[in-house]
Write a protein that binds this ligand. Structure first.
Ligand code: NYM
Length: 215
């Protein structure tokens, strides 16, 4: 009916350090939402399937070296190239559960602590992108993250860098973020995630305008 068409989907973002459980929780959330009849889809950034995404994948898997600033802009471009599809999906009533976005982009580059690539520089290219309706930050100590089988062989999967990434996420956090303790059981965490997500899906049904970064 007419009211149905005006409903939009929610943009629910998961962020956190590597190994915090984002991928598992985002998958479980999508399964849950679909089971209760919500049109929901899992997205992740970087999207390694595009031409830009393949360059990012080569960089992350250490098959290619590249300038840090140029890479940062490619990660951002990888979000911009998905902007129209993201907005179209939300407008069509589809809820998007997204595993990483611009906050990861800023945190990982800023964590390198390179001259000139400060927080403000890192945030600039993502300014104007669609903003998430909810940010779920899965908080896990680096000790706990490493105890989960250690990091893999991808770029950035190093203890000291991850510590700095966590600090950079903390510097961006505000009162609107849902900060959840990722050291609790997967099931307990899922219950918390699900409550937050159901609230935001309801809120978005009323059709609030999609925000823009960095709001
Ligand atoms: N990453 C991710 C960035 O450095 N910049 C970004 O903008 C985004 C979205 O890529 N270590 C980093 C964080 C992760 C890696 O790993 C992607 P995964 O396992 O695909 O989430």
């Amino acid at each position: 009916g007419a009211s149905q068409a005006s409903q939009r989907g929610a943009f629910i973002l998961f962020e956190g350090v590597d190994r915090c459980g984002k991928t598992t929780q985002s998958r479980r959330l999508v399964e849950h939402l679909q089971a209760v009849g919500v049109d929901a889809e899992l997205w992740r950034f970087p999207d390694r399937t595009t031409a830009i995404g393949r360059m990012i994948d080569a960089y992350l898997s250490c098959k290619a070296e590249a300038d840090d600033a140029a890479m940062h802009l490619l990660f951002s471009a990888n979000r911009w190239e998905k902007r129209a599809a993201l907005l179209a999906a939300l407008a069509a009533g589809r809820t998007l559960v997204v595993d990483r976005y611009a906050y990861s982009g800023v945190a990982f580059t800023a964590a390198k602590r390179l001259p000139g690539l400060d927080l403000a520089w890192c945030q600039a290219p993502d300014r104007g992108l669609p903003a998430p309706d909810a940010i779920i930050y899965l908080e896990l100590s680096i000790e706990d993250a490493m105890a989960r089988g250690g990091f893999g062989g991808e770029r950035y999967e190093r203890e000291e860098l991850q510590r700095e990434v966590a600090r950079q996420f903390m510097a961006m956090r505000d009162g609107a973020w849902h900060v959840l303790d990722a050291s609790q059981s997967e099931g307990a965490l899922h219950t918390q995630v699900r409550n937050i997500a159901e609230d935001v899906v309801d809120r978005c049904r009323a059709g609030p305008r999609v925000g823009t970064l960095w709001a």
